[in-house]
Design a protein around this ligand. Structure first.
Ligand SMILES: [Zn+2]
Length: 253
């Protein structure tokens, strides 16, 4: 659960080329897009935190680490290691070294929340083993996304130094291209995340680890975790649309 889409900080809005007229209008548009997506992701992440806190109080028989080991073995996976990693909500599956990395709390806790997260990360391991197409596609996009993110940082830095002097037209197209890449990545991430949660719930159900009440709680926790990715994708797409409108607007003048 650790994919973050690079967002353009609000203070950079100051350097956004505005194309003469309607400065306040465009500026307000930017603030609306940024404010709206930030509010959405804040609401989702605070709900996620609240639910996880609540569901981490509901005990299960085994710890997150044991859930992961069990789910992997029962899916016929023996070459994936279950490890613990520092931080909170830092849980992820690493396909490059085939490790399920669980945050300390999830690794050691025996709760509905820990089981849901552990099973979700193992869902990614199962995707990897079964060559799930969207996961492969997403992995192949990673190098391009890294370049786009770094490029965007450089462009933003140039923007601060003096975007107007350097010529807005070319730079804004670079931003649009970079946002296109990060938005595509955020969208490809969605089926990967929803599918991992689906696999987690199918296994939790068949394992008999959780009763129906616990099962519903686990499902709810994973729903809100998935919503953070939806918010990320919406935020990225909104920025892309905003900058595209900027380009179109300046062309018309
Ligand atoms: Zn995930």
């Amino acid at each position: 659960m650790s994919v973050f889409v690079t967002m353009i900080p609000a203070w950079l809005a100051q350097t956004t080329p505005t194309g003469g007229s309607g400065f306040m209008g465009i500026h307000m548009g930017y603030l609306l897009v940024m404010g709206g997506t930030m509010l959405l992701s804040f609401l989702i992440s605070s709900t996620l935190k609240r639910r996880f806190h609540e569901y981490s109080q509901i005990p299960l028989r085994i710890t997150g680490a044991q859930v992961a080991e069990l789910m992997l073995r029962q899916n016929g996976i023996y070459d994936v290691k279950v490890m613990h990693t520092p931080g909170h909500l830092t849980d992820h599956y690493d396909p490059t070294n085939k490790t399920v990395n669980l945050s300390e709390a999830v690794y050691h806790q025996n709760s509905v929340a820990a089981a849901a997260v552990a099973a979700h990360e193992c869902g990614h391991a199962v995707q990897h083993q079964t060559a799930y197409a969207w996961l492969g596609f997403r992995s192949r996009m990673v190098p391009m996304v890294n370049i786009a993110s770094q490029l965007m940082n450089v462009v933003m830095l140039l923007g601060v130094v003096g975007m107007f002097a350097l010529g807005n037209g070319a730079l804004i197209w670079v931003i649009v291209a970079c946002l296109g890449v990060t938005t595509a990545f955020a969208l490809v991430t969605l089926p990967v995340e929803f599918d991992a949660s689906r696999r987690a719930m199918v296994w939790l159900e068949s394992s008999g680890l959780a009763n129906s009440m616990e099962h519903d709680r686990a499902k709810n926790a994973l729903f809100w975790a998935a919503m953070t990715y939806v918010a990320g994708a919406i935020g990225s797409a909104a920025m892309l649309v905003y900058y595209l409108m900027q380009v179109m607007g300046s062309r018309r003048e």
